[in-house]
Design a protein around this ligand. Structure first.
Ligand SMILES: C[S@@+](CC[C@H](N)C(=O)[O-])C[C@H]1O[C@@H](n2cnc3c(N)ncnc32)[C@H](O)[C@@H]1O
Length: 177
């Protein structure tokens, strides 16, 4: 099973029609589409205008999605409510030039902001493309941050091949009383 299939299977039981979810990398809209089917509302970011165009076209039958053509480091300017689940599917827009590739420092900043905006018991699902240019550095930077800060990694998933993408499922614990 590839990472996208794994992620979609994992997400289904986690999201309900009361939830706000955020797609940090809309791309072609595949993840946005799944979230739109499951959640009350989805906010979908992409730095690429072409990605936003493709995603809007893909989601044209859904009225519960807000698209934002901006760098996801600005997530806190737009998202003012607590979020059930964030998804990051890093790398670059398929069938496009590589200028859209995610950058390690931006990804780290966006990840930190996403964690702040998460509901207790909420999830961040992040997939790293370590075979892409800069992808390994991005993975090591985030992995280091996640481990140093003892964030809860519920699962990691990767196919057993060289340079396969790596997915982390991260959960923000419920506050202890
Ligand atoms: C692998 S694609 C995402 C695929 C998408 N999740 C789907 O289901 O089709 C990665 C996307 O991340 C976007 N991206 C890269 N850096 C970004 C940033 N800093 N802020 C927002 N989007 C970014 C790219 O433009 C690209 O569309």
């Amino acid at each position: 099973m590839n990472n996208n299939t794994f992620v979609h299977k994992y997400i289904r039981p986690l999201v309900s029609k009361e939830d706000l979810c955020v797609d940090m990398t809309a791309g072609n809209g595949n993840d946005t589409l799944l979230l739109a089917q499951l959640a009350k509302k989805v906010i979908a970011f992409d730095i690429s205008a072409e990605a936003i165009r493709r995603s809007k076209e893909r989601l044209k039958d859904y009225d519960n999605v807000e698209f934002i053509n901006d760098n996801h480091i600005n997530v806190d300017k737009y998202v003012k409510e607590k979020v059930r689940l964030f998804i990051f599917n890093l790398g670059y827009l398929p069938h496009s030039d590589e200028d859209t590739v995610s950058k390690a420092e931006d990804t780290l900043l966006a990840f930190k902001k996403a964690y702040e905006l998460l509901n207790d018991g909420g999830y961040i699902i992040i997939t790293f493309y370590i075979g892409h240019k800069g992808g390994k550095d991005e993975y090591y930077l985030l992995d280091d941050y996640i481990k140093k800060n003892r964030l809860q990694i519920l699962e990691t998933y990767s196919q057993d091949k060289i340079n396969s993408p790596i997915t982390y499922i991260i959960r923000k614990p419920n506050q202890k009383r």
